[in-house]
Design a protein around this ligand. Structure first.
Ligand code: SF4
Length: 283
């Protein structure tokens, strides 16, 4: 199917001003571009988790899998292994991916499975009205921490760098052209790609002023330099007043898990015969 309308008719229930709109429209632009370049969108699958971000599976008119909380990555891994021709994109939340799904994230990075993970990092559980997540800043006051969190946030970029991810970037939902280039780069990269998107939650973490004063573009640099990427990632620790780097921190070409696991499919007749034989042993 080509020339499809990429936004569905589903009622959109995101709050006005939510950064999810930017991510949705960025993906729409990228998908339309892929189709123009001759790629069939029938071979693209979007996997979402649970949270405000996950509604994107209802709003974008492509194949999608609305998975469980924290389980976007295992679903995406299964899809990619079953059909390596698919382009598999995960949209997850920060609570979804950096809390419940953290082990899946680290192992997917370690395996270098060829999927693209876009984290809608609004740094709060928005759908459940504002509890703190692993990237909420120290002292964040929400429903579960009325006096402020007593925990330091994690730096997810450092975590995936240490785990083996081969494309790591950070974008911002108010910098749409750059975000488009970061996500496009992640999708065309062969290997595990993570794009952490500082996504404005207009209702529970309206941090646009804070981000807009601090963000700057990393620009051109040697993306294969692990140590420099790590230093750049550490400039801002998801708290405090430091400047916030946006861009691609790290990129490297390595064999992917799906390439290493690839098996030549059996001819249809032989596969059916094997299934018949297997089933016969069960009766
Ligand atoms: Fe967006 Fe926050 Fe509203 Fe959820 S609660 S839809 S993240 S603004």
């Amino acid at each position: 199917m080509t020339g499809r309308e990429l936004i569905t008719g589903a009622q959109n229930t995101w709050c006005p001003g939510c950064g999810n709109f930017t991510i949705q429209h960025t993906l729409k632009t990228i998908l339309a571009g892929m189709e123009k370049e001759g790629k069939s969108l029938d071979n693209v699958v979007l996997v979402s988790g649970i949270g405000c971000h996950a509604k994107i599976a209802d709003y974008l008119n492509i194949n999608s899998f609305y998975s469980l909380h924290g389980r976007t990555i295992p679903v995406a891994t299964g899809l990619k292994l079953a059909n390596p021709d698919l382009t598999v994109i995960c949209c997850c939340g920060d609570g979804d991916c950096y809390a419940e799904g953290l082990d899946h994230l680290l192992f997917a990075a370690k395996r270098n499975i060829d999927i693209t993970v876009i984290v809608h990092d609004n740094r709060v559980y928005g759908l459940t009205t504002g509890q703190y997540t692993p990237t909420s800043p120290l002292g964040y006051k929400g429903k579960s921490t009325p006096l402020g969190t007593a925990e330091y946030p994690v730096n997810p970029l450092e975590l995936v760098l240490a785990s083996g991810a081969t494309y790591i970037a950070r974008g911002y939902s108010k910098k749409m052209p750059q975000l488009e280039s970061l996500i496009r780069g992640g999708i065309s990269h062969r290997g595990f790609a993570l794009i952490d998107v500082l996504q404005i939650c207009a209702t529970f973490f309206p941090a646009a002023g804070y981000y807009s004063e601090r963000v700057y573009d990393l620009g051109d640099h040697d993306r294969s330099d692990f140590s420099k990427a790590c230093l750049k990632m550490r400039e801002w620790d998801y708290s405090g007043d430091a400047k916030i780097v946006l861009g691609v921190f790290y990129e490297r070409k390595l064999p992917t898990f799906d390439e290493k696991m690839a098996v030549t499919p059996l001819p249809d007749e032989e596969r059916e015969e094997r299934i018949r034989t297997f089933l016969a042993t069960r009766t």
